[in-house]
Design a protein around this ligand. Structure first.
Ligand code: ADP
Ligand code: ASP
Ligand code: MG
Length: 405
């Protein structure tokens, strides 16, 4: 008997027919004699709709209250799925994140799971029940509900799998695995049989939303094998696990893009390290994650600084900068008509010329590059938002990712 964690995303439970299809799949697994824990997301576009509703009331709603609202999406879907499974004659119980022992920190709307107390889940499994746990939510040390950031149900599933020492964590979604690029943007993208945690983490960070980055981080730490597969077929998907370098055949594994970015430029700031430190510390203090950073000397003693943040953090970034700036004579520019395109591959570490080849691909398509950042296993370029699909396709072609077997 295995312990299996299955996570179903929003599109997999979008309507009653799909909820029933998921229920049948869960019951099949349980009837093979396995203990099954199901983590489920809110139905379809529910979370987007709840956010839009909140924004109708207030441009900047209190984050605690936003979490109260957003958590209702998953609370509805766990109950509906439990009803569907019950209607097939299978004992089942649904639990909210707090009931399921998902304990988070206090960062509302982007909380991190601190630990999973698996006692209640184990107790319910012992009774021979399927246990459904609401994704994306948990309990803070103040006994409040917090959500885990967009796509957070993936992280709930992996954290629960780690806590239960599950045999496998299956992430069921609307594509049948992890591809060399988003198959919706690149029809020639290829399904990967396996991918290393490090590469998957980087792809996820760079915008491949098939897995939430934090879920891959947790999987790597606890050695949870993730099987990403389709909820609409029985085909094998992609295994996310440790892949040793001997198994690695190619330099670039995938291309990702992220439209959720905005560029802020501070022109004419003093070029001393104290100013830099003050700016980035102040942003960090209000929980803003800065991604790409580039600095260029302007006139003597001053510099131009550009960096990127997520689009939802742009307003708070600008108000934080305005506070620091005070009466100083710098200029502040913001541009959210940008997107980041990244190539990712662990093989890059040992192969020179990868960045050059990426620039070549973009030049051939006349795509301007505003900011570049690199790590050992990725190169990212900030490009105009309306050219990002062309950029992804050009890179995918240049590195011949559709041709790799
Ligand atoms: P769910 O609702 O099941 O959590 P998501 O919409 O969060 O599903 O993630 C699945 C989507 O991720 C796919 O529909 C696909 O468009 C997108 N995606 C982006 N990059 C990739 C990739 N490299 N491989 C597969 N899917 C990707
Ligand atoms: N419902 C949440 C979202 O839309 C969490 C998830 O789907 O993983 O982001
Ligand atoms: Mg998702």
């Amino acid at each position: 008997m295995a312990v299996i964690v299955q996570k179903y995303g929003g599109s997999s439970v979008a309507d009653t027919e799909r909820v029933m299809a998921v229920a049948r799949r869960v019951v099949d697994t349980a009837r093979q004699g396995h203990q099954v824990v199901v983590v489920v997301s809110a139905q379809g576009k529910t979370t987007d709709q709840l956010i839009a509703k909140a924004k109708e009331i207030s441009k900047n709603p209190p984050k605690r209250e936003l979490d109260m609202l957003l958590a209702t999406g998953e609370q509805a879907s766990i109950a509906l799925l439990a009803m569907a499974i019950d209607s097939l004659g299978q004992p089942v119980i649904s639990l909210t994140g707090p009931q399921g022992g998902i304990l988070t920190d206090t960062q509302h709307t982007k909380a991190r799971i601190r630990m999973v107390n698996g006692d209640r889940i184990r107790e319910e499994l012992q009774k021979g029940q399927v246990v459904i746990v609401a994704g994306f939510q948990g309990l803070t040390p103040n006994n409040d509900i917090a959500t885990l950031g967009r796509g957070g149900s993936d992280t709930t599933a992996v954290a629960v799998a780690a806590a239960l020492d599950a045999d496998v964590c299956e992430i069921y979604t609307d594509v049948d695995g992890v591809y060399s690029a988003d198959p919706r943007l690149v029809p020639a993208a290829r399904k990967l049989k396996k991918i290393d945690y490090g590469e998957m983490l980087e792809l996820a960070f760079q915008g491949a939303k098939v897995l939430q980055p934090r879920s891959v981080e947790v999987a790597a730490v606890y050695g949870v094998a993730i099987h990403v597969r389709s909820s609409f077929s029985y085909e094998e998907g992609t295994m996310v696990r440790e892949v040793d370098s001997v198994e690695r055949e190619i330099t670039v594994t995938g291309v990702a893009s992220d439209e959720n970015c905005a560029k802020v430029t501070l022109a004419g700031i003093p070029s001393d390290v104290h100013t830099l430190c003050h700016i980035f510390t102040s942003l960090a203090q209000v929980g803003i994650n800065v991604d790409m950073i580039v600095q260029a000397a302007a006139s003597k003693g001053t510099t131009h600084l550009s960096f990127t943040v997520t689009r939802e953090d742009l307003d708070e970034t600008l108000s934080t900068i305005a506070r620091i700036k005070g009466e100083e004579a710098w200029e502040v520019f913001a541009d959210d008509n940008v997107a980041k395109v990244s190539i990712v591959g662990a093989g890059m570490m040992t192969n020179p010329g990868v960045a050059a080849k990426m620039f070549e691909a973009l030049t051939e398509e006349n795509i301007p590059v505003f900011v570049v950042s690199t790590s050992e296993i990725k190169v990212s370029c900030l490009v105009p938002r309306d050219r990002h699909v062309d950029a992804v396709r050009a890179c995918h072609r240049k590195f011949e990712l559709d041709a790799v077997k």
